[in-house]
Design a protein around this ligand. Structure first.
Ligand code: SF4
Ligand code: MG
Length: 278
């Protein structure tokens, strides 16, 4: 994060754009937008030094609602877009936002490589276990017995994608979970994620009122993590294995080398020829 340029007078509402959200009333994504603007105000980031990048989906509309630079890209490609931007402009604070379908299905492979590449990005995934924009199909994080979609009337019959476990296995250096119904906790996690030097993955349980109304119950199921964040991947793996998917907080944080093209050793054509010669 670039902390050199600050704008001390901005409040959270100053980071909201004039575009009115079109989310359904009660959608969890409103709280995520609010947490993003509060975190930007808390960190006193100049608007022109922030870029919000997204793919496609309800939650991917978020950059339009933030008064900073942004790019609403194509489905599943938010992370490559953000990585390219960060490579070219390492001075920017680049925040990527999207949903579980966009991030874990269409963009799933990019997620793995963004974790292991460890560029200095913040990735917020608003997880509601459904494709909301396309009218309620099962997503990678949908439980196998959810049978409300016409496409999967008997459930998916598939193991759900486990975002935090996969982020850890792929090499992410910051893994946390927040909840739209806990705005203060979510803002705190977002501040930590943006400040973290490296790839920060923040899963946000963000209920879909329209297609998953039963997620209103999440507010009774979430609970804080009962241990301090660890920097030991083995300990983090043990914690994540026992996790019920409802623990909120920072699970794992570790300083790892940040990948940035300007920091990489340069190779001459002759070096490359030697290295890759058969
Ligand atoms: Fe939010 Fe669901 Fe409505 Fe999309 S369909 S805006 S996720 S409540
Ligand atoms: Mg979704």
């Amino acid at each position: 994060m670039d902390t050199a340029i600050v704008t001390p007078t901005l409040r959270a509402k100053d980071y909201k754009s004039e575009v009115a959200p079109v989310w359904c009333p009660g959608c969890g994504d409103f709280a995520v937008l609010s947490a993003v603007t509060k975190a930007l105000a808390h960190l006193k980031l100049a608007k022109e030094r922030v870029a919000m990048i997204s793919g496609i989906g309800c939650s991917s509309r978020l950059p339009a609602y933030v008064d900073a630079y942004g790019f609403h890209g194509i489905h599943g490609r938010a992370l490559p877009l953000a990585s390219g931007l960060k490579a070219a402009r390492p001075d920017l604070t680049v925040i990527v936002a999207g949903g579980d379908g966009d991030g874990f299905s269409i963009g799933g492979n990019h997620f793995l490589h963004a974790c292991r590449r460890n560029m200095d990005l913040t990735y917020i995934v608003m997880d509601n276990e459904v494709y909301g924009m396309t009218k309620g199909q099962a997503s990678p994080t949908t439980q196998p017995d959810w049978a409300k979609s016409k496409l999967t009337p008997h459930g998916t019959g598939m193991r759900p994608f486990l975002p935090t476990a996969i982020a850890l296995a792929a090499g992410a250096s910051f893994i946390a979970r927040g909840f739209a119904g806990d705005p203060n906790g979510l803002t705190k996690l977002l501040v930590e994620a943006i400040e973290h030097p490296g790839f920060a993955f923040l899963q946000v349980l963000s209920p879909c009122q329209t297609f998953r109304p039963e997620q209103k119950e999440w507010k009774h199921l979430v609970h804080p993590v009962d241990t301090a964040p660890t920097d030991d991947p083995v300990e983090a793996a043990r914690f994540i294995q026992a996790d019920d998917g409802m623990a909120l907080g920072l699970f794992y944080v570790r300083r790892l080398p940040i990948w940035q093209p300007q920091n990489q050793p340069t190779a001459t054509p002759a070096d490359l020829e030697r290295e890759f010669a058969l």
